[in-house]
Design a protein around this ligand. Structure first.
Ligand code: PLP
Length: 632
């Protein structure tokens, strides 16, 4: 556990069990030992063919754990409830889930259901998000907020007003001053009185990557002048009581409660000023930003960790608002937060296979070396002698310089036709050997993983975001090699070569030593927010299969409540406007014209299977131990 820092980022949901597998604790710290779920058993159940008692899903697989989601929601609510009670704060907390973090239907439906006792609502940032939030909230608490953020046109605003007329507790949050005119005109046209919020551009600036849109020069929100102008316009229109909510968002992954309290304090002052000007203020919406400790270091110095927990976060928010309001004798507002990352990250685990590994073997150096030396020109031979002399003296930096120069010269000579392929192979092997012997990181093994980083971990590629990645089994054995993970795409960026804890490689078990090829499973944890919505279709690798797994009292501790195969080749082709049915017909026609008689049926069947299968590699998960547990 220490090697992968699991106790840091995994607590209280992930641990290692006696079998050396990752174990999920569905109810967090309240989980009893017999309630733990062995992740490997879930993967077996999901991936083993139906004929062997499994669900026949192809990897990669997202394992979703609604119990964990429920626990996160309850923990967030109780952190605020506790801070409110213990500080004598005179209103309540009522959060919303920003659906952009993961719009998956079942996640949003779960949040609405689990959050109903707490009046938990939804936040939307576009028209389709608003449509899904409207329909999901018909089953939520009648008081739950429907917060409408993002840039808006008349159509968006009409939709939000219709939601209001359907008795959904909808607030239109002005992202730009110009939106006010459209809100006023559209509400008159439809005869529906709006509830308006506004997003303030705070001076408080979050310095990490996710804070680039905060501060005075930030992309979103209204400046002080614009806020005043909106308030005055609403007053002239006798609609000032419609302005009821103040919103701000200083960025995701707020690193410390010091910065948080600073931002919330500034916003609370604006809130109090709007109340003083006569607006019908009721709610302060502190946006998202509640962070996740991806590397388990509990520190505020990077984008992958935060130095606080839920309780400290809630307490800092409540105190900052209370302090400002008490000084200005303003009634305590309802506190709303739009925490996304903190809510959904933990409950999804992406499981994928490492299918092979490669490392350059030192033996390959010898064969062609003598042959190379004979062919070298004088200058290159001198470089080789310098390299050997530096190696004898133990001057490793010089070795790297000489080997680099030797390689450059040899490549030039190859281009000029002086050296042959064997010479070039010999110099490559020699330089690899030098690199390996002089620098620990070059002992790296490259593990080929059945995954697309662009589809499933896009933030790693796009913004360098790190997630904990750990083998989900064999954790009772010490890993013996260091590896980087290379994905299936034909793209040099499709590689995971930075890991939590500042590591350039991951401690891994050797696939060739007793592990079945295609049977080494890795999990990417804490990726439930943003990755699925941001993922692309590079090389037409679509999304993973998904299983939803709930705690159950049976012998295995879990039940699969939903299983969905990932998109097929036909599905991903359709996204790019190809028409798989027509493609299939054209190819069938070709078989009739060009096929060699007997095998026509085989080819037709093979083509049909190809269209219907997932784009990922298929491995038969071989050995006996992969048989699924019988159904409960
Ligand atoms: N609210 C707004 C306006 C956002 O832009 C975001 C995301 O950046 C969120 C909420 C969710 O933030 P987080 O996932 O950090 O909680």
């Amino acid at each position: 556990a220490a090697l992968y820092k699991i106790d840091g980022w995994g607590a209280p949901y992930f641990t290692i069990n006696g079998a050396g597998n990752i174990s999920v604790r569905p109810f967090g710290s309240a989980t009893l030992p017999h309630q733990e779920i062995d992740l490997l058993k879930v993967v077996k159940k999901a991936s083993v063919p139906k004929s062997a008692g499994g669900l026949g899903l192809q990897l990669p697989i997202i394992v979703r754990l609604p119990d964990v989601l429920k626990n996160r929601l309850e923990s967030l609510h109780s952190a605020f409830h506790f801070a409110i009670q213990s500080n004598g704060y005179d209103s309540h907390y009522q959060g919303v889930y920003p659906v952009k973090c993961n719009q998956d239907r079942y996640i949003v439906e779960d949040i609405v259901e689990f959050g109903s006792p707490f009046r938990f609502g939804l936040e939307a940032g576009s028209k389709p998000e608003l449509l899904l939030a409207m329909s999901c909230l018909t089953r939520g608490s009648p008081d739950a907020f429907l917060i409408c953020n993002g840039y808006k046109d008349e159509e968006y605003i009409s939709l939000a007003l219709m939601a209001r007329s359907l008795d959904l507790n909808t607030v239109i949050v002005l992202e730009q001053e110009e939106e006010l005119d459209t809100v006023v005109e559209t509400s008159r046209k439809l005869g529906i009185r709006p509830v308006i919020g506004l997003r303030a551009k705070l001076r408080t600036k979050h310095s990490g990557h996710f804070g680039s849109t905060s501060g005075e020069k930030g992309k979103f929100g209204l400046t002080t002048t614009q806020i005043l102008s909106v308030a005055r316009k609403l007053q002239r229109l006798e609609m000032l009581e419609c302005l009821q909510l103040l919103h701000f968002h200083i960025g995701s992954q707020i690193p410390s409660t010091v910065l948080l309290a600073d931002g919330v304090g500034e916003a609370a002052q604006i809130y109090c000023e709007l109340a003083r000007l006569g607006a019908g203020m009721r709610v302060i919406d502190i946006g998202g930003g509640l962070g996740i400790d991806y590397d388990g270091s509990h520190s505020s110095g990077s984008d992958v960790s935060v130095s606080y927990g839920l309780d400290e976060y809630a307490s800092a928010v409540v105190r900052a608002i209370q302090f400002a309001c008490d000084r200005k004798h303003v009634r305590h507002p309802i506190i709303c937060s739009e925490s996304g990352r903190a809510l959904v990250s933990h409950h999804s685990v992406l499981v994928f296979e490492a299918v092979s590994s490669t490392v350059v073997e030192p033996e390959s150096v010898g064969q062609n070396l003598a042959y190379l030396l004979d062919a070298l020109e004088d200058e290159s031979r001198a470089e080789y002698r310098n390299l050997m002399a530096a190696a004898v003296r133990g001057e490793y930096d010089s070795c790297l310089v000489y080997s680099d120069q030797l390689k450059k010269q040899c490549v030039e000579q190859f281009k000029d036709g002086i050296l042959g392929l064997e010479h070039l192979a010999a110099v490559d092997a020699l330089c690899d050997l030098v690199a390996r012997e002089t620098c620990a990181t070059s002992r790296l093994h490259t593990y080929h993983v059945n995954l697309s980083i662009f589809t499933s971990i896009p933030d790693f590629w796009a913004i360098g975001q790190l997630f904990p990645i750990v083998p989900i089994h064999h954790l009772d054995r010490r890993p013996t090699v260091n590896g980087v993970l290379s994905d299936l795409t034909c793209d040099s960026d499709g590689k995971l070569d930075r890991f939590i804890g500042g590591r350039g490689s991951l401690p891994l078990h050797e696939i060739s030593c007793g592990l079945e090829v295609g049977g080494y499973y890795l999990g990417m944890f804490l990726g439930g927010a943003y990755q699925e919505a941001l993922g692309g279709l590079h090389n037409l690798f679509g999304g993973p299969s998904v299983v939803r797994v709930a705690h159950s009292e049976g012998p295995h501790g879990f039940a699969v409540t939903r299983a969905m195969a990932g998109p097929s080749c036909a599905d991903v082709l359709r996204v790019m406007q190809h028409e798989p049915e027509l493609m299939f017909e054209a190819l069938k026609h070709r078989i009739e014209e060009h096929g060699r008689g007997d095998d026509g049926g085989d080819i037709t069947g093979g083509l049909s299977r190809a269209f219907h299968s997932m784009p990922y590699l298929v491995y038969s998960s071989g050995d006996e131990s992969m048989a699924a547990e019988p159904d409960e």
